[in-house]
Design a protein around this ligand. Structure first.
Ligand SMILES: [Zn+2]
Length: 326
């Protein structure tokens, strides 16, 4: 009857039902692979919404316990903690004080939820008065002097119960320096998740409001990566692996899927991707305007990061995703 020739490839056959689509889906994303960031602020009964990040809050420890509890209820088991201290100084000394905000939080959270994984961000920028990621000399970051402070911070966090240390400042030699320090102080089995390739990105904007860590002068382009570079990211990652990193991270995620994908085929340790605040806030803002559907955009973006090759994803959507994908 028809003069159309026989079509050999009918790819739509395998898309014809929900079950078939699920059976043939190449990538599955589960809440098991998500890490939820928590911002912890000194004080009591604080729950202040971050204007540029709807539904994400700065929380005092008492309220952080409630937030973590509600995330556990929907199946989230891994968290990364960021601290907003009471006071900041030139060398960020509250980063390694036993009564520092994250040290206190670790003790409290572990007491209530001993089985969850607590990753602690390791950097000076949340604690220094100038907002840079380490010791500043003549308006420049002193890389090697910063390593000593980071070792102190790591030991302090480890002593207070951190399950994983995540150096985020792109300080050269940091993984080797931390590994040596941890190994010689009784923490041979404490893993290091290195922010190996952290790009100087405009997508960090909302986070800086969240963590109150905007630099007082200059920017972080001298120690974070140029967004044009991929080979350099591979080099950074390989260095970190050779220094003993257990997991490497690419940050941000969405604009750097090619980097994640290339690494997937090159390295044999887990890759984490940090889907950063700007990625989150763009979806939230567009959905508030009625321009996109928040839930499906969230699912699509997280899935794309997994499909590119990330083994785990740090995302502000962790709780929402878990709620919607039981
Ligand atoms: Zn930093």
């Amino acid at each position: 009857m028809s003069d159309i020739k026989n079509i050999i490839f009918r790819n739509q056959r395998l898309r014809s039902s929900e079950v078939l689509r699920s059976l043939t889906s190449e990538t599955k994303l589960s809440k098991d692979y998500l890490i939820f960031p928590i911002f912890i602020k000194a004080g009591n009964n604080i729950k202040s919404e971050i204007k540029s990040m709807p539904d994400i809050y700065q929380l005092s420890i008492d309220n952080a316990l409630k937030e973590i509890s509600s995330a556990i209820d929907v199946g989230i088991k891994s968290f990364i903690l960021f601290g907003i201290p009471d006071n900041k100084d030139e060398i960020g000394s509250s980063a390694f004080a036993n009564d520092g905000i994250i040290q206190q939080a670790l003790r409290e959270i572990k007491k209530h939820f001993p089985d969850i994984l607590l990753i602690t961000d390791l950097c000076m920028c949340e604690y220094t008065s100038h907002g840079h990621c380490g010791v500043i000399k003549n308006k420049n970051l002193d890389n090697d002097a910063t390593l000593k402070l980071l070792n102190k911070q790591a030991l302090s966090l480890a002593n207070n119960g951190a399950d994983m240390i995540a150096p985020s400042g792109m300080i050269d030699g940091v993984v080797e320096s931390l590994r040596y320090c941890l190994d010689h102080n009784g923490f041979k089995n404490l893993p290091i998740l290195s922010y190996s390739a952290k790009y100087a990105s405009s997508f960090y904007g909302p986070f800086r409001e969240a963590a109150e860590s905007e630099p007082e002068f200059g920017d972080r382009k001298k120690y974070q990566m140029h967004s044009a570079n991929k080979k350099e990211a591979i080099k950074e990652v390989l260095h970190d692996i050779s220094e003993g990193a257990d997991i490497v991270m690419i940050k941000p995620a969405l604009s750097y899927l090619d980097v994640i994908n290339e690494l997937k085929n090159k390295i044999h340790i887990p890759i984490a991707a940090y889907s950063v605040s700007g990625e989150y806030s763009m979806i939230k803002a567009a959905s508030k305007m009625g321009w996109i559907d928040e839930k499906s955009a969230m699912n699509e973006i997280l899935l794309s990061i997994k499909r590119a090759g990330a083994d785990m994803i740090i995302t502000y959507f962790a709780k929402d995703f878990a709620k919607n994908n039981k």
